[in-house]
Design a protein around this ligand. Structure first.
Ligand SMILES: Cc1ncc(COP(=O)(O)O)c(C=O)c1O
Length: 395
């Protein structure tokens, strides 16, 4: 037992989005990247072994999903979330954002509204816009360092007649909220009241901090299964986003048929072989690795918290309940967003995600830092940040 999460693994030169594309994205070559949501840790050994076995077999023909895959997947949900899922209700897609695009096209028409809660994962904006739907924002409310859904505003927006889909982020990227069952039930009943399809993106469902509990939407709102699409994936859990595999759960058959039709229209059918063997292995025997990974993330979060308090006292960490995101409020330094980004990139030499990409107003003054990296890298990043803000006035 015991994966060494302290181990530094060179990712440069591996087509790595996080480390290899700074210049292409207009940034200095040597920025330290803590932006994109993947981890600088090796995936569990069971994944590498499964991939090596498949690679050594040497034939990479068309592949489909066997019962054993669903057995592993449903056992995972049973054990971790006490949720009983039916294999026949899953639809396989390569990615979650891809699946969101299918759902938007399947369940709304051009010009109709899709509701989101900024600050939120920026591809939500893009995928709605790119499909020529209307972005309807119901911003989260920040109260004493804690983000909440503004249910009054949410109801007003859901009541708009052209709003057809509510795209929920659960747990929420970037603010790290793990929605309670009560909150989820409130969302479910509003969607029922206004006849809105509820798409719940639960890609971060396994990255939950001690003391918090993720509830799959399907479990929180059993009466609303006819309008629910629950999107899950092993990619954040086991750090395999490059393998592209998602499990889209649609219990109501007519909805599932419509979603599949949309999938067929895109020309997507068989799954990537490597993603299947890797995911099945992880769902079967990857749990111990995840437990250790979560402990390490907890340790890293305490480093971020302590460092900011001592060395960047004007920065306020929004305490996450899940995910591996530190959503940090720098507004006490009274910098414009442009100046804040500039300071982070050119003075600190860091590549973070500037807050405004998650919502122009709601993200203003914030930066998102991914702390899923070996402690040594994290400390270097924090020291760079500390130096850039040394002596900076705040109030
Ligand atoms: C909330 C959320 N949804 C979806 C994704 C991406 O999923 P995929 O790579 O499967 O499209 C991310 C990645 O950061 C995410 O944070």
């Amino acid at each position: 037992m015991g994966y060494d999460f302290d181990q530094y693994i060179e990712r440069r030169g591996t087509n790595c989005l996080k480390y290899d594309f700074a210049v292409e994205r207009g940034l200095p070559k040597d920025v330290l990247p803590l932006w994109v949501a993947d981890m600088d840790f090796k995936s569990p050994k069971c994944i590498t072994e499964a991939l090596v076995r498949a690679a050594e077999h040497g034939i990479f023909g068309y592949s489909e999903v066997k019962d054993s895959y669903y057995e592993a997947l449903t056992a995972w949900f049973r054990k971790r979330f006490d949720a009983e899922l039916q294999p026949r209700s899953f639809v396989k897609t390569p990615g979650i954002v891809f699946a969101i695009a299918q759902a938007i096209r399947a369940f709304s028409k051009e010009g109709e509204g899709v509701l989101i809660n900024p600050p939120v994962y920026y591809p939500f904006f893009e995928v709605i816009r790119d499909n020529h739907r209307r972005i309807v924002e119901s911003p989260l409310a920040l109260k004493d360092g804690h983000y909440e859904i503004d249910f009054e505003d949410l109801e007003r927006k859901l009541a708009e007649p052209d709003v057809k889909i509510y795209l929920l982020c659960s747990p929420h990227n970037p603010v790290g909220r793990v929605w309670t069952e009560e909150e989820l039930r409130g969302i479910g009943s509003l969607c029922e009241k206004y006849d809105v399809i509820l798409v719940s993106d639960e890609i971060h469902c396994d990255l939950i901090r001690p003391g918090y509990k993720h509830t799959p939407i399907i479990k929180a709102c059993p009466e609303q299964t006819e309008r629910i699409i629950m999107m899950t994936a092993p990619s954040k859990t086991f750090n395999t986003p490059g393998l592209q595999n998602s499990n889209i759960y649609i219990p109501h058959r007519p909805l599932r048929v419509k979603f599949r039709e949309e999938l067929n229209r895109t020309g997507y059918s068989q799954q990537n072989l490597m993603s299947l063997v890797a995911s099945e292995a992880a769902y079967r025997v990857g749990e111990e690795w995840l437990t250790e990974c979560l402990e390490y993330l907890e340790h890293n979060l305490s480093i971020v918290r302590d460092y900011l308090k001592e060395h960047v006292p004007g920065a306020r960490l929004i305490e996450p309940e899940g995910t591996y995101f530190a959503w940090i409020d720098f507004s006490a330094y009274h910098l414009s967003d442009k100046d804040l980004d500039h300071k982070i990139i050119y003075e600190a030499g860091l590549w973070l995600d500037g807050g405004t990409v998650f919502g122009e107003e709601t993200g203003s003054g914030f930066q998102r830092l991914v702390y899923a990296t070996p402690e040594k890298i994290l400390r270097e990043a924090l020291e760079r940040l500390g130096k850039a803000f040394e002596g900076a006035e705040y109030h």
